[in-house]
Design a protein around this ligand. Structure first.
Ligand code: 13P
Length: 258
């Protein structure tokens, strides 16, 4: 049974104090009972240490939003995967479209980061997704295939248990316009088939594929009802505890406890 997974990408939001407050409120709300799915939060780098303290008695896992692909050295302003491992991260988001768009991340860079995250024993959340013009040009599958192949180049079958793919159509991110459940399902099914062809049907069956892009409490249920949608990578709504909690609770009807 593949892992069902809801993660909150806080992006460049919250001071350390604000992150502690948000993580504490979420941990209180979730309590210590087994949740309906895996849960993670990805605060900004400087808040990771404090957030870990706050969530350590809860089932919430810690994620980072990015990393560098080298271990250490003269890379001013960067954070390595080993540093993230040392601070207690279980997951690292890699190849988010905002990194690709604003910071020039190519598939080759994303690939190096994925491998580094895996080599540190953490899980990689690999983001893929097309822009609006790409969707309108009918090349969604081509774009997603190139990104998936690029990100996973050289990743071993045995490492795939530590890979999550997040399908995040760029046109749906922060726009309030989520992909319809059917649009998401079509691409998720395509990704699963692609992974089956790259590895095996067992790897594809066990792969968690999250949807991301304007997920809210009100639309999560319909998305989660799709057979190939295994959870969500949530941006804006993860900054509001009630909204994020509602998304997590939406998993109850569709996902069994892991
Ligand atoms: P929004 O949920 O704000 O659309 O952001 C999605 C996202 O980019 C998560 O990584």
């Amino acid at each position: 049974m593949r892992k069902k997974f809801v993660a909150g990408n806080w992006k460049m939001n919250k001071t350390v104090a604000g992150a502690i407050a948000l993580a504490s409120e979420l941990a209180r709300k979730i309590g210590s009972d087994a949740p309906p799915c895996e849960i993670a939060i990805a605060p900004p780098f400087i808040a990771l240490d404090s957030a870990r303290e706050v969530i350590k008695k809860s089932p919430i896992k810690l994620a980072a939003q990015n990393c560098h692909y080298e271990n250490d050295g003269a890379y001013t302003g960067e954070i390595s995967a080993s540093m993230l491992k040392a601070v207690g991260c279980d997951y690292v988001i890699v190849g988010h479209s905002e990194r690709r768009q604003y910071f020039g991340e190519t598939d080759a860079i994303v690939n190096k980061k994925v491998k580094k995250v895996l080599s540190e024993g953490m899980n990689a959340i690999v983001c893929v997704g097309e822009t609006l013009s790409e969707r309108e040009a009918g090349v969604t599958e081509k774009v997603v295939e190139t990104q998936v192949r690029g990100a996973l180049n050289g990743v071993l079958e045995s490492e795939m248990k530590s890979v999550v793919i997040a399908y995040e159509p760029v046109w749906a991110i922060g726009t309030g316009k989520n992909a319809t459940p059917e649009q998401a399902e079509d691409v998720h099914r395509f990704i699963r088939q692609l992974v089956a062809s790259l590895y095996s049907s067992a790897v594809a069956e066990n792969l968690t594929i999250q949807y991301g892009g304007s997920v809210k409490g009100s639309n999560a249920k319909d998305l989660f009802a799709m057979p190939n949608v295994d959870g969500a990578l949530v941006g804006g709504a993860s900054l509001k505890v009630d909204e994020f909690y509602q998304i997590i609770q939406s998993a109850h009807n569709f996902f069994t406890t892991i």
